[in-house]
Ligand binder design. Structure first.
Ligand SMILES: Nc1ncnc2c1ncn2[C@@H]1O[C@H](COP(=O)(O)OP(=O)(O)OP(=O)(O)O)[C@@H](O)[C@H]1O
Ligand SMILES: [Mg+2]
Length: 266
């Protein structure tokens, strides 16, 4: 479990006078699900965008597979095996499942002027990739716009795995999903880990985070409050970390107050 694949050392990221990240130290291992926690604006998205080559650190060092890296674009990071699935997804609703699966990496047959997209093989690979995630599709020519949110997430993840991702970054993949689709996505996350990928997962839902995560890193106003093994923290503590401690206590007190006044009027 201590097969370190990426590491940040004292990474900061500023946007003008806004300090989005300050002095972040973080390690991510292959074969683990690493959950990123923190309130709105804590810097979670900025952190994963820095890992994914969207933002360059303003300060600090980024190591990937033991080597210092400075990605100049998301494509750069993707070519090294760091795949990111954003909440709004980079899928094209009007294109088919297969086309989306291979977007930008089309497989061809023939050569020279006779080269053409190898539709049959591509269809089969896309179908197999999805089937492995427990998603049954009748027709890979079906447009992605007709798939459910959960199926689209799984398609994006299947694509990343097929093209050899070693690190899979998911920003709130379950935010808009129902119970069944969520469990599908979480199952796929567990499968990715079993294949030895490092998965970095952002979610606001403790019931999604806790069962699949191996470690948690807590961000608070751009700073890391540390990384915790699941065995070191309870579900309640994680919930508190997500909401930022104090707030949660206040909320609980308020809710208790509501319940009391409800009972009084009943
Ligand atoms: N491109 C940008 N330009 C200026 N400020 C930014 C930019 N991106 C992020 N920020 C600021 O950095 C801080 C961290 O934002 P970030 O999006 O990383 O938070 P987050 O933890 O992902 O929040 P949420 O849970 O709401 O998605 C915020 O104060 C935000 O306004
Ligand atoms: Mg965010």
């Amino acid at each position: 479990m201590s097969d370190k694949i990426l590491e940040l050392k004292k990474v900061s990221r500023y946007f003008g006078s806004v300090i989005a990240l300050e002095d972040i130290d973080m390690e991510v291992n292959a074969g683990e699900v690493h959950c990123l926690l923190g309130d709105n604006g804590a810097g979670k998205s900025t952190l994963i965008k820095t890992l994914a080559g969207v933002h360059k650190p303003s300060k600090g060092e980024y190591f990937y597979e033991g080597e210092r890296v400075e990605f100049s674009s998301p494509r750069d990071a993707l070519d090294r095996g760091i795949a990111t699935v954003y909440q709004d997804l980079a899928l094209v609703p009007l294109m088919s499942i297969t086309r989306n699966f291979f977007m930008g990496r089309e497989i061809t047959r023939g050569w020279g002027p006779f080269k053409q997209f190898d539709q049959d093989r591509a269809d089969q690979i896309a179908l197999d990739g999805l089937a492995e995630m427990g998603i049954k599709v009748r027709d890979p020519q079906q447009v992605v716009g007709t798939m459910s949110g959960g199926e689209r997430q799984c398609l994006a993840i299947a694509r990343a795995i097929h093209f050899g991702a070693r690190v899979l970054i998911l920003d709130e993949p379950t935010a808009a999903l129902g119970v069944k689709q969520t469990s599908n996505v979480l199952r796929v996350v567990a499968q990715a880990r079993a294949k030895g990928l490092a998965v970095i997962l952002i979610t606001h839902n403790v019931h999604h985070a806790y069962p699949v995560a191996d470690r948690f890193t807590l961000l608070n106003r751009g700073r890391s409050m540390g990384t915790f093994l699941k065995s070191e923290v309870t579900r309640e503590q994680v919930l508190e970390m997500m909401a930022g401690g104090e707030e949660m206590e206040k909320l609980e007190a308020e809710l208790a107050e509501f319940t009391r006044s409800d009972e009084a009027t009943a």
